[in-house]
Design a protein around this ligand. Structure first.
Ligand code: HPA
Length: 247
């Protein structure tokens, strides 16, 4: 039987109840993960935890070793993974502090290693990615939110951008025309690599700002930091109530 792992994004260098015990190797065939996988106690159940940006939040989105992270989690026994992600809100339902479980994504990243299947062994591997997130884990997240009394939007399209800069207003208008509700920088290739490894992966996105051009003026980093802090309690409530079917 597998286990639940949490990949922490901005605002989640650690989760409450962390035991600090290292649960995985410090390197992989793809190099070192952002941090060693550790164990945390969430409510009554133990989960695996990996801070995506490193223990001291030092690794920007385009420099994350996504392959090493997913590999290290699988090696530590993860079967189900919730990727937490701070995002900008594009469409009207996704204002600051809204939580969402995306069901679709569009990948605008570039120059990131997107696959485990890029060696010279002559094997060409394609994966189905029609539904990029694990349906059962999305439903488990929705029910966990419901049972803990936390509002969550159960469908959204996530646009993954390269960063580390935020978007221009015109880029956000294009994302909106494409059908994106949310914009973040770390959702890909994380979701695709999880699928390649056969892991059940879902994203729990939390809106920390209106995307560029959606309100007057510049996006303030202090506003983002304040909204991250506002969201964390509700995210912890959901994760504490989460017991993935099959994990
Ligand atoms: N754009 C991209 N990534 C983000 C944003 C944004 O506006 N906010 C938080 N992560």
């Amino acid at each position: 039987m597998g286990r639940l792992a949490i990949i922490g994004g901005s605002g989640f260098k650690a989760i409450r109840g962390i035991e600090g015990a290292v649960a995985g190797a410090s390197t992989t065939p793809y190099g070192p993960p952002s941090a060693p996988v550790s164990r945390a106690l969430l409510g009554e159940h133990e989960v695996l935890f990996l801070p995506r940006h490193g223990v001291g939040h030092t690794i920007p989105p385009h420099r994350i070793n996504y392959r090493a992270n997913l590999w290290a989690l699988r090696e530590a026994g993860a079967s189900h993974i919730v990727g937490l992600g701070a995002v900008g809100g594009i469409t009207p339902a996704f204002g600051p502090c809204v939580l969402a479980v995306p069901d679709q994504l569009i990948d605008y990243t570039y120059g990131r290693v997107q696959t485990y299947h890029d060696n010279d062994d002559g094997e060409v591997v394609h994966i189905d990615f029609s539904a990029p997130y694990c349906a059962s884990l999305r439903e488990d997240l929705r029910r966990a939110a419901e049972s803990s009394g936390v509002e969550i939007v159960a469908h959204a399209v996530y646009g993954a951008t390269q960063g580390p800069r935020l978007e221009t207003a015109a880029e956000v208008r294009r994302l909106e025309r494409d059908g994106c509700d949310l914009v973040g920088m770390t959702g890909m290739p994380e979701a695709a690599l999880a699928r390649e490894l056969g892991l059940c992966y879902a994203s729990l996105a939390f809106v920390v700002n209106w995307a560029a051009g959606k309100v007057e003026g510049e996006i303030q980093m202090s506003e983002i930091a304040a909204n991250v802090a506002l969201c964390t309690g509700r995210i912890e409530q959901i994760l504490t109530a989460l017991t993935p079917s099959g994990a």
